[in-house]
Write a protein that binds this ligand. Structure first.
Ligand code: SIN
Ligand code: MN
Length: 200
C-alpha cells in the first residue's frame, strides 16, 4: 500500500486486498438487490451513463429539478444500511469521528463516464468524501475549485481508496473512461465506485 497526493486528493493505492474487495463486492450486490440501480436524469434532461443506487440514511438523487439527497429510493423504500466493511474504511481514512450518512454506489459499464463536477450537495464541507473503487480501472480527472482550470489524471484500480477532503473537498473531479475488462473482480466486467458522505 502507498499513499499518493493528486491536487489534494489522497490516494491510498491498494488499500483493499483481493479478499477484502471480494467481501465488499458481495456487500454491494446485497445493496443493489434491495435498492436496484437506476439511471438518474440530469437537470439537463439526459440520463446519466453511470447507474446508481445508495445505502445509508440518505441516497443521492437527480432529476429535471436538480440534485438532492433523499430518504427513500425511487421505488419508495428506505435505503439499506451502509455495510460494516464500508464504515470501517471510513473509520480508518476519513480522520473524523462522525459516520457517513450516504454511501453512493456508482456502476460504470463499458462506455460510462462522469463529467467534471464538485460534490457540493452536502451541508458541511469540513467532512471529506471517501471513494472506494472496485473492478475495472477508471481514469479519474482532478482539477481545482474553479471550473475550467488545469487538471491532472490518475488511473484508479480495484481496491484503491481516495480521500477528497481539506482544501480539495470542493475540487472538480470526474471519470473520463474505464478500461473495460481490465479487472477480473466482476464476472461481467465494469467498474463500481462507492462514495461515502456526511450529508447533514
Ligand atoms: C463520484 O464523483 O461520485 C465518483 C468518482 C469515481 O467514480 O471515482
Ligand atoms: Mn463526485
Amino acid at each position: 500500500m502507498s499513499v499518493l497526493k493528486l491536487r489534494g486528493f489522497e490516494i491510498h493505492k491498494g488499500f483493499l486486498d483481493l479478499k477484502e474487495q471480494t467481501v465488499l463486492l458481495e456487500a454491494v450486490r446485497k445493496i443493489a438487490k434491495f435498492a436496484p440501480v437506476f439511471s438518474p436524469m440530469t437537470p439537463y434532461g439526459k440520463p446519466m451513463s453511470v447507474k446508481m443506487t445508495s445505502a445509508g440514511m440518505f441516497g443521492w438523487y437527480s432529476d429535471a429539478q436538480g440534485y438532492e439527497y433523499r430518504r427513500v429510493h425511487p421505488n419508495g423504500m428506505t435505503w439499506p444500511a451502509i455495510p460494516a466493511e464500508v464504515l470501517n474504511i471510513w473509520k480508518i481514512v476519513s480522520g473524523v469521528e462522525r459516520e457517513p450518512e450516504c454511501c453512493l454506489v456508482n456502476f460504470y459499464d463499458q462506455n460510462a463516464k462522469m463529467g467534471l463536477h464538485q460534490d457540493r450537495d452536502e451541508a458541511n464541507f469540513d467532512f471529506p468524501v471517501v471513494s472506494v473503487s472496485l473492478g475495472d480501472e477508471g481514469l479519474l480527472r482532478v482539477g481545482g475549485t474553479e471550473r475550467g482550470g488545469k487538471t491532472d489524471s490518475v488511473w484508479l484500480q480495484s481496491g484503491d481508496v481516495v480521500v477528497m477532503g481539506g482544501e480539495a473537498r470542493l475540487a472538480y473531479h470526474g471519470v473520463d473512461r474505464i478500461r473495460f475488462g481490465s479487472s477480473s473482480l466482476l464476472a461481467k466486467s465494469g467498474r463500481i465506485n462507492l462514495t461515502l458522505r456526511v450529508v447533514n
